[in-house]
Design a protein around this ligand. Structure first.
Ligand SMILES: [Zn+2]
Length: 298
C-alpha cells in the first residue's frame, strides 16, 4: 500500500506515546514514550521530533506516512480544534499547521478516547453495533460507537463523562466545575487520596491500588469510593446507551485489571438488571495499543 504507515500520537496527562502503525496489517510496528510536553512553544516541535526519531529507528521517513493522528485528552471539535484540556492546559487551541507543512502528511487531531474506541471497534469488535470504551488515567474519558457510528455530537464534543457531576457540592475539578467524576475516581483523585494517606508521592497510585488488592485497610476506603463512582457511571451508560460491550482501559485499569470486576459488580447492582446481564464489561485486550491502532481511522 502506498504510504502504508500512520503515525499515531496518544497524548496523556503525564505521558505521550508515539506509534508507527501499518494500515494494511493493522499492527503497531514501533512505539516510543516521552513525558507529555507542557511548554506550549515546544509542543509541535516535540510532536515532530518524536515521530521523526521513531521512523528513523525502523529505517524509514515521513514519505511512507499517510497521516499523523493525534489523540488529545480534552474536548476536541470535529475540525480538530482543542477547546478544553484540563490535564494538559498548554495544548488548548494548538495550531498544528507547521507539522503538516514540515512532514507533508495530513494531520488529524481528535479526542484520545475516540482514537481508542476506533481501535477497539475496528480490530476487536467490528461486528458489534454498540460499544463503549472508558479510560481511567490521569483523567476519565469515554468514546462510543452507537448504532454502528462513532458518538460525536453536533460539534464532536460528546462523551465528556469525566465531567459528569457526581457530587453537587464536591471538590473543584481541573475543568473549573465542582464535583466532577474526575475529582473522585480518576488517577489524579487517587493520587491525592494516596498521598493524604501517607503513601510515597512518586508511586502513590500504584501503592494504593496494590494495598487495595492485598486487602490493606487504609487503601480500602479511597479505592472503594472510586469503584463505587465508576460502577455507577457504567450503570448510567448502560441505561443510557444499552451497549453490547463496555471496555475499560487507561493507566489505572491497566495497572490493576481486577478493578474491572469490582466496577462491574457495582454496575450490575445499579443498572436496570435485564439489560446489564446482556452487556459485557471487560478490561481492554489491546491495552495502550488501542489508541495507536485507532489512528488508522481518525
Ligand atoms: Zn471537571
Amino acid at each position: 500500500m502506498d504510504r502504508d504507515m500512520v503515525i499515531s500520537i496518544d497524548v496523556g496527562g503525564t505521558k505521550t506515546r508515539w506509534g508507527v502503525v501499518s494500515r494494511s496489517t493493522r499492527k503497531v510496528i514501533a512505539t516510543s514514550v516521552r513525558p507529555t510536553e507542557q511548554r506550549r512553544s515546544d509542543i509541535v516541535p516535540t510532536l515532530y521530533s518524536g515521530g521523526a526519531e521513531l521512523l528513523q529507528s525502523i529505517g524509514v521517513d515521513w514519505r511512507v506516512v499517510h497521516q499523523i493522528s493525534i489523540g488529545v485528552p480534552g474536548m476536541v471539535s470535529t475540525k480538530g480544534e482543542i477547546y478544553n484540556c484540563p490535564n494538559a492546559p498548554e495544548w488548548e487551541n494548538l495550531d498544528v499547521s507547521s507539522l503538516r507543512e514540515n512532514t507533508g502528511c495530513s494531520v488529524r487531531v481528535v479526542k484520545d478516547v475516540n482514537l481508542a474506541v476506533m481501535g477497539e471497534w475496528n480490530s476487536q469488535h467490528s461486528i458489534e453495533s454498540d460499544l463503549v470504551v472508558i479510560y481511567v488515567g490521569t483523567g476519565i474519558g469515554m468514546g462510543a460507537i452507537v448504532q454502528g457510528s462513532p458518538l460525536l455530537g453536533a460539534r464532536g464534543l460528546a462523551g465528556e463523562i469525566g465531567h459528569w457531576v457526581v457530587q453537587a457540592d464536591g471538590e473543584v475539578c481541573a475543568c473549573g466545575n465542582r464535583g466532577c467524576l474526575e475529582t473522585v475516581a480518576s488517577g489524579s483523585a487517587l493520587e491525592k487520596a494516596a498521598t493524604a494517606l501517607g503513601y510515597e508521592k512518586e508511586t502513590a497510585v500504584a501503592s494504593l491500588l496494590k494495598g487495595w488488592s492485598s486487602g490493606e485497610e487504609r487503601a480500602a476506603a479511597a479505592v472503594n469510593s472510586a469503584i463505587h463512582h465508576l460502577g455507577n457511571t457504567v450503570a448510567d451508560l448502560i441505561n443510557l446507551l444499552d451497549p453490547v460491550r463496555i471496555v475499560l482501559g487507561g493507566g489505572v485499569i491497566e495497572g490493576t485489571p481486577e478493578l474491572t470486576g469490582a466496577i462491574a459488580s457495582v454496575a450490575r447492582a445499579h443498572a436496570r438488571s435485564r439489560r446489564v446481564t446482556q452487556t459485557v464489561i471487560e478490561t481492554s485486550q489491546l491495552g495502550n495499543q488501542a489508541p495507536l491502532i485507532g489512528g488508522i481511522w481518525a
